[in-house]
Ligand binder design. Structure first.
Ligand SMILES: [Zn+2]
Length: 266
């Protein structure tokens, strides 16, 4: 499971709507594991433990708290969504997960009817959306979800050393050095590369922040002497939200610049 999602389980600070982009099999595996971890009574390091009462029920095929939807035709039908929404309005005790597969087949009408619920879902409700094509998901849906982009097949995972170097320079470098790095780093990088950079940055910053708040030491710890809690938190928050900026076609250089300056100023 990807670090961002595991971090949310570890910190019990999950959002109420997630949109996972990636190759279908990978995105759906992430969504299922995340739902399982949300449902688990005693997650271990952000993943379902596999041995508690609920995990055993799930393994035996009883996972009523996960409701999965797929488009009935080429796209979702309005009645599928309205039936699901009726069901989401029933508030229950346990966390329920509504998983919409192929969210790129929602179409305009179904997207619109989902918006209000995505914004203010009933208590203990989490929406997971998975999709392959970024450009077919309505912007209004994107803006209401935490967007996770998985590395594509043959895609590039960010090199952790590069990310660490950039974080350090953002925190301690001069303004001139930051502007220069943002420029050279953005040059010739695809949107996927930049998204992968922020994914790794979020994992490092989030792990170090959680450690300062009492969680166990992460694999990569930013030196406390250099990093204030504020800088870790603000940096993490920027990094997890960066995909939204990418979706709005803001120049990569400007996003990176703002990110590095946030690290410096916090
Ligand atoms: Zn469990």
């Amino acid at each position: 499971m990807i670090e961002t999602l595991r971090g949310d389980i570890r910190g019990s600070r999950f959002g109420h709507a997630y949109l996972i982009f990636g190759d279908t099999a990978a995105a759906e595996a992430e969504a299922y594991e995340f739902a399982a971890a949300l449902h688990c009574e005693t997650p271990v390091d952000g993943m379902a433990c596999g041995s508690c009462r609920r995990c055993r029920q799930r393994q035996a095929g009883q996972f009523a708290e996960l409701v999965t939807l797929e488009p009935e035709k080429k796209t979702y039908l309005k009645k599928q969504i309205s039936e699901m929404l009726k069901y989401t309005a029933l508030t229950g005790g346990e966390t329920r997960v509504f998983w919409l597969k192929k969210a790129d087949a929602l179409g305009e009408i179904c997207s619109d009817s989902l918006l209000k619920t995505l914004e203010e879902p009933a208590a203990n409700t989490v929406f997971l959306l998975t999709a392959e094509n970024d450009d077919r998901v309505a912007e209004t849906i994107l803006s209401r979800c935490r967007v996770i982009r998985l590395p594509r097949n043959g895609g590039t995972a960010a090199d952790e050393e590069d990310v660490l170097r950039a974080l350090r320079l953002g925190r301690t470098g001069s303004y001139a050095a930051i502007l220069k790095l943002a420029e050279t780093f953005a040059a010739g990088k695809s949107r996927e590369d930049i998204a992968a950079f922020f994914e790794t940055a979020a994992a490092i910053l989030g792990g170090s922040y959680a450690f300062r708040r009492g969680a166990k030491e992460p694999k990569t710890l930013l030196p406390p002497a250099e990093w204030s809690e504020d800088a870790l938190f603000e940096g993490w928050r920027f990094a997890v939200n960066a995909p939204v900026l990418l979706d709005h076609a803001i120049q990569h250089r400007l996003i990176l610049e703002n990110f590095l300056l946030t690290l410096k100023r916090s």
